[in-house]
Structures are given as C-alpha cells and as structure tokens.
Design a protein around this ligand. Structure first.
Ligand SMILES: [Zn+2]
Length: 71
C-alpha cells in the first residue's frame, strides 16, 4: 500500500481557520512543545482543514489554560 506524503500543515497564530476564517475550530489534542513555543493541532469543522496553532511561551503564561469542561 502506498502512503500518501504528509503535507505540512498550515500554521497560524490566530485561533481560527486559515482558509475560511471559522473561529469554531476544534483542538485535536495533539500538542508539541518546541524551543519557541507550543504547537497545537486544530481542525476546522466547516472546511475540514487541519492546521497548527502556534503559541509563544509568553502567550502561554498569559493564557488561561483551564481544562475543557471546567467552568
Ligand atoms: Zn475552515
């Protein structure tokens, strides 16, 4: 079986779809930490585009990382 080549996902710093601008994007739960920040895989339910949301380390400190489902 042939494995299709993995295309690099588009990266954005805005929490919205880079293609259609939908803000109701869904996190896929795949988070990768790097020296420059955090990369989170997101998916747009509107156009099914997957992309990487970039967080800088400084932004992480300023962001409220309350767990999903908590008030
Ligand atoms: Zn979209």
């Amino acid at each position: 079986m042939d494995t299709p080549p993995l295309l690099p996902l588009p990266e954005t710093r805005d929490r919205r779809c880079p293609y259609c601008g939908n803000r109701a994007v869904v996190g896929l739960g795949h988070v990768t930490a790097s020296a420059t920040g955090i990369r989170c895989d997101y998916r747009c339910p509107s156009c099914s585009t997957e992309f990487v949301l970039l967080f800088s380390m400084r932004l992480m400190i300023e962001t409220d990382w309350s767990a999903p489902g908590s008030p």
